[in-house]
Design a protein around this ligand. Structure first.
Ligand code: 2AM
Ligand code: CA
Length: 282
């Protein structure tokens, strides 16, 4: 039987509409979520809103592109191994949607207004569309490979800071990170005196969007998953920035220890992380 496909709509239009719809729904649930579960530890939270947002997104994408593969945070078990395995299983797909239904779940649960929906589309392993929507501030960040990155119709450009000492840098502490905490602290300890200041707002996707928008000069975080990074990595690149792993190797979907900057401070920041033994690699 032939699969029925709704009339042709661009990948980017579907990503935008889907992120906007999921974001609006999430915002309605702010302060009103009912159930709270823990995933891998007491810090690793998942709400019915995470699950609801993911199934809304999955259904909408399936309606438009029923043959495309889908990788979403809530469809994967807890822990790094499960995430690595889940990405491997779909890595042969021609088109793969990579979705974080709420990035910044802990913020969402506490009513700290920095969380987002992150939707990326990869073609043969390369991200070609990236959309991050922050429903609280009604900011929709969009990038298409080769066509630039946009916020509210305006092209985004990374910051012009040329030195770490002029830079505002962000990092993150993933939930349940007893193992990565010492590494995070080493990185922060080494960098704090060298940069203008540091920020930790609790959503990797928004940190990346802010690097693209020139609000942050750079961001690094270790122990992330593909769905935290994929859309944001394209935003940063299309805004003229650079994205690698913390060792300076080019970004690809399996990267978990990420470094994203305006490009100008990339090498300096990477060398500092390496010197501090804070890359997350053994
Ligand atoms: P989440 O809110 O979707 O879980 C905060 O440092 C960032 O790390 C957030 O983007 C958060 O995404 C992510 N994160 C939280 N817990 C994590 C975990 N156990 N493993 C990997 N990333 C995590
Ligand atoms: Ca996430």
């Amino acid at each position: 039987m032939e699969v029925y496909t709704v009339g042709s709509k661009s990948f980017t239009a579907v990503a935008i509409n889907t992120a906007a719809k999921a974001g609006e729904w999430i915002k309605l649930k702010l302060g009103a979520h009912a159930m709270l579960d823990v995933k891998s530890s007491a810090q690793d939270l998942v709400t019915e809103v995470d699950r609801g947002s993911e199934s809304l997104i999955r259904n909408l994408i399936r309606t438009h592109f029923p043959t495309h593969a889908f990788l979403g945070e809530e469809g994967v078990g807890a822990g790094a191994n499960a995430s690595v395995q889940a990405l491997k299983e779909v890595s042969g797909a021609e088109y793969l949607w990579i979705v974080d239904p709420i990035d910044g779940t802990t913020n969402f649960v506490h009513g700290f207004p920095f969380f987002s929906v992150s939707i990326a589309l990869a073609h043969k392993g390369e991200v070609i569309v990236g959309v991050i929507y922050d429903p609280f501030h009604d900011e929709l960040f969009v990038a298409e490979k080769g066509k630039g990155a946009y916020l509210k119709g305006k092209r985004m450009q990374v910051s012009g800071d040329a030195k770490l000492s002029d830079s505002l840098i962000a990092t993150g502490f993933p939930a349940g990170t007893t193992s990565t905490l010492p590494v995070n602290m080493k990185g922060l300890q080494a960098l704090a005196p060298k940069v203008r200041n540091t920020r930790v707002i609790g959503s990797a996707a928004l940190h990346l969007a802010y690097v693209a928008a020139g609000r942050l000069s750079g961001f690094w975080e270790i122990g992330l998953n593909s769905w935290d990074i994929a859309a944001g990595a394209l935003l940063v690149r299309e805004a003229g920035g650079e994205v690698t792993d913390t060792l300076g190797r080019p970004y690809s979907l399996p990267v978990r220890h990420v470094l994203a900057t305006n490009g100008r401070i990339h090498r300096e920041l990477q060398l500092e992380l390496a010197a501090a033994d804070a890359t997350g690699y053994e």
